[in-house]
Design a protein around this ligand. Structure first.
Ligand SMILES: NC(=O)c1ccc[n+]([C@@H]2O[C@H](COP(=O)([O-])OP(=O)(O)OC[C@H]3O[C@@H](n4cnc5c(N)ncnc54)[C@H](O)[C@@H]3O)[C@@H](O)[C@H]2O)c1
Length: 323
């Protein structure tokens, strides 16, 4: 009998490639099928050990071929056009990938009896939660950007597919993920990667601070997100579309991030002062007790440990680049 496999969408992206690397180590006998169109992912992040399809999750023929041929047991859906500002510029394009692409994958997962569909949602669906630490139940979604709305749309779609067709689905709302493999060289980059990129590759980018730096985020190391996905796969019950916060459950101010980077890199960060970003939320801070209670999620990596690993990765890149 053919071994059951897993499908990883967005396998050349930041979280997808970290997931593949960890999954390969933990489940060497589980074949991994990957799909990515390199719209934001990178060829060098691709694992050579997986069966890879280059193309879009919106390509019905390609998606159909992958499901027919491999009949994956689990689908880990990381592929997306994931930047808020990009979605503000191109809402139609991001809706196509982030909503239509997700539904197309759900439809095939239904047709090929996938055991569980694990969806990457985002803390942006809260749109600035009223209560902190933010609990899933107390804070109804209030998306304020096309990206947030598109990510949110995937959640009720997952729940509907569970209710209508019995496909088990789960939505994991990640908060501000960072770690090795996250490049900081685009105008859409997140703060930690942008500051480290500017520190190690100063010619490539100028670094800045928006606002007074006292705003804070629940930064989540990518290793915790990877673990959450694996634990969600192994859960014995049924999720039936449940939604979970995935974060560290702590918040760190941007000024504290700056200080920690300066200490770890032994370099001073010279940040240009920029006005606060329009519509930016002041703080994010997740309550992660629901994921803990349901499937034993317990973030192994705290902020400082995660930052140390991220700095190491940037240092290595800088050394490689110098040769
Ligand atoms: N990084 C974060 O802080 C964060 C926070 C919350 C949620 N998420 C979600 O996690 C997931 C992964 O995010 P990431 O940070 O790794 O982003 P990423 O941009 O590094 O990865 C996304 C991957 O999807 C691929 N992709 C995009 N459109 C595609 C298409 N049409 N067909 C096939 N592949 C396509 C890209 O090429 C890329 O490799 C996304 O769904 C994102 O919305 C990320």
């Amino acid at each position: 009998m053919k071994k059951s496999s897993v499908l990883v969408t967005g396998c050349a992206g930041f979280i997808g490639s970290n997931f593949v690397a960890a999954f390969e180590k933990r489940f060497p006998d589980f074949p991994i099928i990957g799909i990515d169109d390199f719209s934001t992912g990178r060829r060098e992040a691709l694992s050579p050990h997986i069966t890879f399809y280059e193309g879009s999750i919106c390509d019905e023929r390609l998606v159909g071929k992958i499901f027919r041929k491999h009949k994956p047991k689990y689908v880990f859906h990381f592929a997306a056009l994931p930047r808020v500002s990009y979605s503000v510029e191109f809402p139609a394009k991001t809706t196509l990938v982030n909503v239509y692409g997700t539904v197309l994958l759900l439809e095939h997962s239904r047709d090929y009896n996938v055991k569980r569909f694990i969806y990457s949602s985002s803390s942006s669906v809260y749109g600035g939660a009223k209560r902190m630490p933010t609990k899933e139940k107390e804070n109804p979604p209030n998306p304020v950007s096309p990206y947030a709305l598109e990510k949110y749309a995937g959640e009720p779609f997952c729940r509907i597919f569970s209710g209508l067709y019995g496909l088990d689905t789960v939505s994991l709302r990640y908060f501000n993920v960072f770690g090795p493999g996250q490049y900081g060289d685009s105008s859409y980059s997140t703060v930690i990667s942008a500051w480290l990129e500017g520190t190690y590759f100063p010619k490539k980018r100028k670094i800045f601070l928006e606002g007074d730096g006292r705003q804070s985020r629940d930064f989540c190391f990518v290793g915790n997100v990877v673990d959450a996905n694996i634990q969600a796969m192994r859960f014995h019950g049924k999720f039936s579309g449940e939604v979970f916060n995935i974060a560290e459950g702590q918040r760190t101010s941007l000024l504290a991030v700056k200080k920690a980077i300066e200490q770890m890199t032994n370099r001073k960060l010279y940040l240009e002062k920029h006005p606060p970003r329009k519509g930016d939320v002041r703080h994010t801070h997740a309550d992660i007790s629901k994921a803990r209670e349901w499937f034993g999620y317990n973030p192994k990596f705290d902020f400082k440990t995660g930052l140390g690993k991220t700095v190491e990765w940037y240092m290595l890149r800088a050394v490689e680049n110098a040769h």
